[in-house]
Design a protein around this ligand. Sequence first.
Ligand code: HEM
Length: 270
Amino acid sequence: MDKKEIDGNSKIEQLKQYRAKNAGGKMTTDAGLKISNDRWSLRAGKRGPRLLQDIHFYKKQTHLNRERIPEKVVHARGFGIHGVFKCTKSMKEYTKAGFLQEPGIETPVFVRFSNFIGNKGSKDTAIDVRGFATKFYTQEGNYDNLALQFPVFVLTDAMKFADFVHAAKQNPVTDVPQATIAHDNAWDYIANNQETAHFIMWLMSGRGRPRSWRMMEGYPINAFRFVNDEGKSTFVRFVWKPLLGVHSLDLEEANIIGGVDPDYHRNDLI
Ligand code: HEM
């Protein structure tokens, strides 16, 4: 595979080809029809009622009504940042992946942190699982890696995922709670599916209330296979260790901060 020279600006360079300027051009509808203005709807006379045949107004309003993208069923509340991954030790013995060959190689990354159960508009500090999705822009193409802040998962068979999510999301009658799993449906599931026990211990510990996304471990949980230049494969597991150490919020702190600044974790990175 072709290897490209990459640095922190590579992504911006790559995007350049898709950028277009249309300053000075005529304003048009979605279908390309020229329009003279985007601010006044048609009326019957100067003070008359608005006219339904104003298709531009009709399109603009219906677009607004329908422009919502439904939020993800899980990990809806997310926040992304750019960064750099620096290889500090050669992994040549286990993998031929270019970005892990030599100490010092820097690879631009984009990371999306998210809460698992919390809805898009819920608070950052709720007791919840955190996830982060890391996209490495390597010389050989994009490499994606997912992690949660616990080393264990809530289930062993993916068939139960939908059941757990239905139980953990807000009660369908009251739509409460919005940000965490504190209701009977969730506890019924937990009590009747004993393989959740280990995961629930982590969730109910301080690890379920990280102080900052910079103070959280990350576990991709699954085992992966590395293949080296000679074709020899090795099973590996990844762990992300925060340079700042692991720190949590007290429950009371998390509740107060969540009220004062629901965007506490994202504001920490802005
Ligand atoms: C039983 C297996 C699992 C199922 C069925 C499942 C399902 C899902 C679904 C449906 C989404 C939302 C995708 C979207 O709308 O874009 C998601 C997102 C995510 N999952 Fe899982 N998941 C599972 C296990 C895991 C595990 C083991 C991890 C951690 C290693 C994980 C980490 C994540 C993360 C970090 C996201 C957010 C991705 C992003 O920010 O783009 N999941 N998962």
